[in-house]
Design a protein around this ligand. Structure first.
Ligand code: ADP
Ligand code: ZN
Length: 517
């Protein structure tokens, strides 16, 4: 059977995605591989398909015991004999599994790393008696201290190559930052690994950052626009996941909490309810989501600032696995950044703190961007990307800019006609042709009087502010601030330089609907 045929037969797909086919070919040729693919990119297939085609056992190392069952169940449904071994199984179940393994009745065996190398029930000697043909390491970034999800038990995997020197290892992760990549390769001691990096762009996700003001109110407004859709809301603390879930329930939303401090039963219950769509919203810490394969998550909201871009990108990546338009919304407050800086300083040793702080800074910069957020994200992962994605809030806002040269000319000539001796409110009243007696009679005779009557006072205030920011106007004066021209003003007045303003209407609501798929 060719890989293509197996893809069709066991998974029902007609085409490979990203670099799946090349990756699979490398594994079949017994080469070590590290594959970086975005969440939802289709990493599992890269080892599952070789597992089917190879004559022997594939060991899959996965960090979350809770998720193994789902994966194994869905493989079995597709007619692929898979099993997992964990401490929740009875001795009888384990004995049966050992029997099956001995009889080559299992193609894929899922294990947590501590099962393989931990002190009790060390499995390696037994596995060495079997025909192991592939070792897959899922979520391989867990081996790196620089990654966002370091798991000490993953460090044990450094022994893999000594124990199974001739078995190809495939390391998979959705974390692409260079430091972590290097760490994975070094720690796993891969032999001449072929490294595959797929594009990390998730074109169907719209990225937005809004200033966090009244978080709950903002959240409710967002959720009310998409009442029937599934989403994940990430919070920093366990406590706030619970209180927020409770508050949302009180508002009539089907929401549940999820965090590492909950009992296994409670976690499993909420997760399953979410997968079944009984619960629409999961309010979680970052403990939630790894390996969760729910395709129709329509939005991911961060109500607190994530600690780094890697984590943020992975969490937002849980939206839109089905390829349909989805939203990533982050509520940003500089206060959150300060809090996290504080934690970063006390959490680790000096070098680690420095790295964490740098990563946090990159995260803050992302929130403060005036340019395309997607480009920033892609560049962060060393991927080139054009500067206008058309589907992040910055690009969507820029889309709504308009040529404001004429407005700027009116404003500047008004300032000039008034001999640069009046404050912003007077200039605006003058421009709007106000009948107010405060406007001097001689000014009412000037040609510029009333040329801006079609523009509201609020809009004029905004335009003036922007002209000041762009340094086409300045505010000076002792005591009473007056508007004055600047050296650049002439460029506008002579029509040499154009000015753009952002459109006024509250465009926020439109954005979510006009996001291209
Ligand atoms: P990851 O582990 O990279 O987050 P998964 O392996 O869970 O992603 O795959 C995400 C989804 O994409 C799954 O539903 C999977 O069945 C599907 N998928 C994987 N490869 C293909 C393909 N070649 N064609 C269509 N769907 C695919
Ligand atoms: Zn953009």
């Amino acid at each position: 059977m060719t890989p293509q045929q197996a893809l069709q037969k066991y998974f029902g797909y007609s085409n490979f995605r990203h670099q799946q086919e090349t990756i699979i070919q490398h594994v079949l040729n017994k080469q070590d591989v590290m594959a970086l693919m975005p969440t939802g990119g289709g990493k599992s297939l890269c080892y599952q398909l070789p597992a089917i085609l190879l004559n022997g056992l594939t060991i899959v190392i996965s960090p979350l015991i809770a998720l193994m069952k789902d994966q194994v169940d869905s493989l079995n449904v597709n007619g692929i004999p898979a099993a997992f071994l964990n401490s929740a199984q009875t001795p009888e179940e384990q004995r049966q599994l050992v029997e099956k393994l001995k009889n080559s009745q299992v193609k894929l065996l899922y294990l947590a790393p501590e099962r393989l190398f931990g002190t009790e029930n060390k499995l390696v000697p037994f596995l060495k008696t079997l025909n192991v043909v592939q070792i897959a390491i899922d979520e391989a970034h867990c081996i790196s201290q620089w990654g966002h999800d370091f798991r000490p038990e993953y460090l044990m995997l450094a022994q893999l190559k000594n124990e199974f020197p001739n078995v190809p290892v495939i390391a998979l992760t959705a974390t692409a930052d260079k430091l972590t990549q290097k760490d994975i390769l070094e720690k796993l001691n891969l032999h001449k690994p072929a490294v595959f990096v797929s594009s990390f762009n998730r074109h169907n996700i719209t990225y937005r950052v809004v200033p966090k003001k009244n978080c709950f109110k903002q959240l409710i407004a967002f959720l009310n626009e998409r009442p029937d859709e599934s989403g994940i809301i990430y919070c920093l603390s366990r406590k706030s996941t619970e209180s927020l879930a409770e508050d949302l329930k009180n508002e009539g939303f089907a929401a549940e909490a999820y965090h590492a401090g909950m009992s296994n039963e409670a976690k499993a219950k909420n997760q399953e309810a979410f997968l079944r769509d009984d619960v629409k919203i999961i309010v979680a810490t970052i403990a939630f989501g790894m390996g969760i394969n729910k395709s129709n998550v329509r939005y991911v909201v961060h109500v607190d600032l994530p600690k780094n871009i890697e984590g943020y990108y992975q969490e937002t990546g849980r939206a839109g696995r089905d390829g349909l338009a989805s939203e990533a919304l982050l509520l940003y407050s500089p206060g959150d950044a300060g809090k996290l800086q504080h934690f970063a300083r006390i959490e680790g040793n000096e070098e680690q703190s420095r790295i964490m702080l740098n990563k946090l800074n990159d995260m803050v910069r992302y929130c403060q961007l005036q340019s395309c957020r997607r480009q920033y994200l892609m560049n962060y992962f060393d991927e080139a990307f054009p500067p206008n994605c058309g589907s992040c809030d910055v690009c969507l806002t820029e889309f709504k800019r308009f040529d404001g040269t004429l407005i700027a000319q009116k404003a500047l000539s008004a300032v000039s006609r008034l001999n640069e001796r009046f404050g912003v409110n007077y200039v605006i009243d003058f421009l709007r042709g106000s009948k107010n007696e405060k406007i001097r009679e001689e000014h009412k005779q000037l040609k510029t009087y009333g040329v801006g009557a079609d523009i509201s006072k609020t809009d004029w205030q905004r335009y003036m502010r922007e002209l000041i920011t762009m340094e086409y106007l300045q505010v000076t004066g002792e005591g009473y601030p007056v508007l004055k021209l600047t050296p650049q003003s002439a460029l506008i007045l002579k029509g040499i330089q154009k000015v753009e303003f952002i459109e006024t209407q509250t465009t926020e609501e439109h954005h979510t609907e006009t996001a291209p798929p």
